[in-house]
Design a protein around this ligand. Structure first.
Ligand SMILES: [Zn+2]
Length: 214
């Protein structure tokens, strides 16, 4: 990441020698850490859909916060997930069992978010593990080992519940639904949350230093 940033900066230094008063627009770049340096080199605007797209495209950084990111909790729809559908058709997975686990996972996630004592973190993680096992199957087998279980990442996310303290407006409305990776609308909402977090991260940039300390 830093190397790519350095490459961009190298370009900007070269451009700076000849740009005179020209203002620059960066497309598709959201390296927040370097935005100040970019600004000093004539960059006055930029855009990127990256924080939005990461909500559903990234392998692990789906829900952004001021200082990091969490992995959204995958609860695939039995009817809408192509690989699950294939397994059902091939007779490897029972459709009714898959649907039961899908429903139970969502039920426990919601109950956990509401503070229901019967939906402990352990219980939620167990059903997530069962559902992951059913969907991913032998991909999780250490001998065939291609994929790591996502459960440890889910555990951190569920323990910290960052959506409870976020003030993007969507998190307070949607609760734990914003943390769940499933269906376009839900994923889009997380994308807008990420954009709000991103906007907050960069809003101080470009202000005079005296303002910044206020
Ligand atoms: Zn939010």
């Amino acid at each position: 990441m830093r190397r790519q940033t350095d490459d961009i900066l190298d370009c900007l230094y070269e451009i700076d020698k000849v740009r005179e008063k020209a203002e620059l627009h960066l497309l598709g770049i959201t390296r927040v850490g370097a935005i100040k340096e970019f600004a000093a080199l004539g960059v006055t605007s930029f855009d990127s859909t990256s924080p939005f797209r990461q909500s559903f495209m990234d392998d692990k950084n789906n829900y952004h916060t001021a200082d990091g990111a969490y992995m959204a909790i995958r609860v695939p729809q039995v009817d809408g997930n192509p690989s699950l559908k294939r397994k059902v058709l091939a007779g490897e997975v029972s459709q009714s069992e898959a649907k039961r686990l899908e429903r139970e996972t969502l039920r426990l996630l919601r109950a956990y978010d509401e503070g229901d004592a019967k939906a402990s973190l352990e219980k939620v993680l167990n059903v997530l593990r069962d559902y992951e096992q059913l969907v991913e199957g032998d991909k999780l087998d250490p001998n065939k080992g291609v994929k790591k279980s996502r459960i440890p990442k889910y555990e951190i996310f569920l323990q910290e519940k960052p959506w409870k303290t976020c003030n993007c407006g969507l998190c307070s409305k949607l609760g734990i639904e914003i943390a769940v990776f499933r269906g376009t609308e839900r994923n889009k909402s997380r994308g807008f949350h990420n954009l709000a977090v991103f906007a907050a991260k960069i809003q101080h940039i470009g202000r005079a230093p005296s303002q910044e300390n206020q």
